[in-house]
Design a protein around this ligand. Structure first.
Ligand code: FMN
Length: 196
């Protein structure tokens, strides 16, 4: 049996009733066969500071790097703050990108989604795609998920109840699973060839 694709979810919002974190919870609930989704709590991660990085980096940063390294793919949910990426998420990516040359995001398959104002975080997501280019992440193109937080899409308990959005989340995870498997198969074939 093929091992499941382990997806690590990072949310750019720390607030208790965050809709972006709720979207990640929906992803965990809707994960198709062959996919598991775990969500990281970024609340304890300090602001990146080179003075505190290195051998005695904060435990939260070490843990984040280890979990990202072990993950097959990542799912990034960010609110849009002033037309860009929420700093909590950018900070997590900054920690993960170091030490220079040893980024745990290098070559990592990823998908983006978000819930926000009138444009559903699309501007933030396009900034995130730009960051992903430098980090050499392999972000899937489609389906894009820009959730405009119209009343009724989430219930009072923070569960995504909007059926078209639920279907899109499931579809995105399926695309991420297939993309991750394709990349893994390509890498395995390349190493087998190199070993010949
Ligand atoms: C500092 C700040 C800036 C924001 N800027 C934008 C923005 O540029 N575009 C947008 O659609 N929403 C903006 N919002 C609204 C957030 O997208 C909205 O509050 C969202 O629900 C927050 O995500 P969360 O529920 O995961 O915390 C902003 C909110 C804050 C606090």
């Amino acid at each position: 049996m093929t091992a499941p694709i382990r997806v690590l979810g990072l949310s750019g919002s720390l607030r208790r009733q965050s809709l972006n974190t709720a979207l990640l919870r929906a992803a965990a609930e809707l994960a198709p066969a062959g996919v598991t989704v775990e969500i990281v709590d970024l609340a304890g991660l300090p602001f990146y500071n080179q003075d505190i990085d290195g051998a005695d980096a904060p435990a939260a940063a070490i843990d984040l790097r280890a979990r990202l390294k072990a993950a097959d793919a990542v799912l990034l949910a960010s609110p849009e703050y002033n037309y860009s990426i929420a700093p909590v998420l950018k900070n997590a990516l900054d920690w993960a990108s170091r030490p220079y040359g040893q980024s745990v995001l290098d070559g990592k398959p990823a998908a983006l989604l978000g819930v926000g104002g009138g444009m559903g975080t699309s501007r933030a997501q396009y900034h995130l795609r730009q960051v992903g280019v430098f980090l050499n992440m392999h972000i899937i193109n489609k389906p894009e998920i820009f959730v405009v937080n119209a009343p009724g899409k989430f219930d009072d308990a923070g569960r995504l109840v909007d059926e078209p959005t639920r279907a899109l989340v499931a579809q995105q995870l399926t695309a991420l699973r297939d993309w991750t498997r394709l990349l893994q198969a390509g890498r395995a074939a390349t190493s087998a060839q190199a070993a010949e």
